[in-house]
Design a protein around this ligand. Structure first.
Ligand SMILES: *Cc1c(COP(=O)(O)O)cnc(C)c1O
Length: 390
């Protein structure tokens, strides 16, 4: 990137142009994809910048640098999935370390932490992080790591990263925030005091639903070194081609987010006034409990929302049969709009009781709002909702 100015480029510029025109061989504008698994030594005991692909790869490092800059961290490690990113963070803990996580965290995160807990590798405490008394009580047990997810999935609950982070630090814990739902375009947890940011790059960062990937960004260079070391030890790094695709997706992150959240707001407003809808969970609506907090902590309200159908599970089935432009699928953050039914899909593993404690009912649907025309999205939803009463 040709950048002769004194000050750091803005995040939009980093996303669009980090590594552009940096190819010393041919002056390629788009950064080359290095697939080689190994690198020539220049001579006896003389490695170059890269020696072996598990330890390091130029394409992967370019993505890591871009994400570290966007998240204002000291560095990042790219993993083969979002789950591998969380596991990398957990694998660095000592046996028996206490991890405090939200009781309504991402289903895969819950499964991973529980599995590690059942084998005695960590001790897990799940807590409603919106409940300050419960959070304070959990901290009294001396956690090594506190995991925060905001907005939460699928109810979009907002917690105060700076306040919870300060409390966790006071108890001697390190703080990791899963920033998958907003991306650094809309929230930068490190600037709010977090030690680590976790991403499923599968979602908004890649944005095109064609890569599974993850990243851990660390605020402290010593933590970055440790993460790099462990990534090489356990071999959890993402593939170079995946990094290249993700970097290509990242180029348009800010434009996608900007457009998608405008449509999400329009969709939320539309749903809020529809008689078939009992409740809408979108932090952009003044009726949402986290609206003020989201306004302070985020740069936008994002493009994820959920809503409850008044007619329960029968209405869900009718809706799904009739809705247009929202495809029934897991995942989120792509250019195409998706609808998911948490109780039978993303949160099925949680079990009925845990779902009811977390407030995830059978009539709840989650939307990932994509880049289709806003009018099409709303008329597509109208068809689905029209069928609910039938
Ligand atoms: C998808 C997701 C993950 C897991 O990421 P994968 O790339 O699917 O392994 C973790 N956290 C959140 C919030 C997610 O949405």
């Amino acid at each position: 990137m040709t950048d002769r100015s004194e000050h750091d480029p803005k995040p939009e510029t980093v996303a669009a142009a980090h590594g552009v025109a940096s190819d010393p061989s041919y002056g390629a504008i788009s950064p080359p994809l290095y697939l080689s698994s190994t690198y020539e030594f220049t001579g006896y005991d003389q490695a170059r910048a890269y020696d072996y692909g598990r330890a390091g790869n130029p394409t992967r490092d370019l993505l890591a640098d871009a994400l570290a800059r966007l998240e204002r961290g000291a560095g990042a490690v790219i993993t083969s999935s979002g789950m591998a990113a969380i596991d990398l963070l957990v694998s660095r803990l000592h046996v028996g370390a206490l991890v405090v996580a939200p009781h309504d965290c991402y289903g895969g995160t819950m499964r991973l932490l529980k599995a590690r807990g059942e084998r005695g590798q960590i001790v897990l405490r799940l807590v409603d992080q919106a409940d300050t008394a419960a959070f304070t009580a959990a901290l009294e047990h001396g956690p090594a790591l506190v995991l925060i997810e905001t907005p939460s999935n699928p109810l979009m609950r907002i917690v105060d990263i700076a306040a919870l982070g300060a409390m966790a630090h006071g108890a001697g814990a390190l703080v990791a925030v899963d920033n998958t739902f907003l991306s650094p375009a809309l929230q930068q947890p490190i600037t709010l005091g977090a030690d680590f940011v976790i991403h499923s790059t599968t979602k908004y960062l890649n944005g095109h639903s064609d890569v599974i990937g993850g990243a851990v960004v660390a605020a402290d260079p010593a933590q970055v070194e440790q993460l790099r070391h462990w990534s090489n030890v356990v071999g959890s790094a993402g593939a170079p081609f995946d990094a290249w695709l993700t970097l290509r997706g990242l180029r348009t992150l800010f434009s996608r987010m900007e457009r998608q959240q405008i449509s999400a707001m329009a969709v939320a407003r539309y749903l809020e006034h529809h008689p078939a809808v009992a409740k809408v969970h979108y932090p952009g609506l003044p009726s949402h409990s986290g609206h003020a907090m989201a306004g302070r902590q985020q740069r936008g309200f994002g493009a994820m929302l959920s809503f409850e159908l008044a007619g329960g599970v029968e209405a869900v089935q009718r809706f799904i049969g009739a809705v247009r432009f929202f495809t029934l699928a897991e995942s989120l953050g792509g250019v195409e709009s998706l609808v998911a039914h948490p109780a039978t899909m993303t949160h099925a593993d949680m079990g009925v009781e845990a779902r009811s404690v977390a407030g995830i009912g059978d009539g709840l649907l989650r939307l990932s709002v994509g880049l289709e025309a806003e009018d099409d999205l709303i008329s597509g939803l109208a068809e689905g909702l029209g069928a609910c009463a039938a």
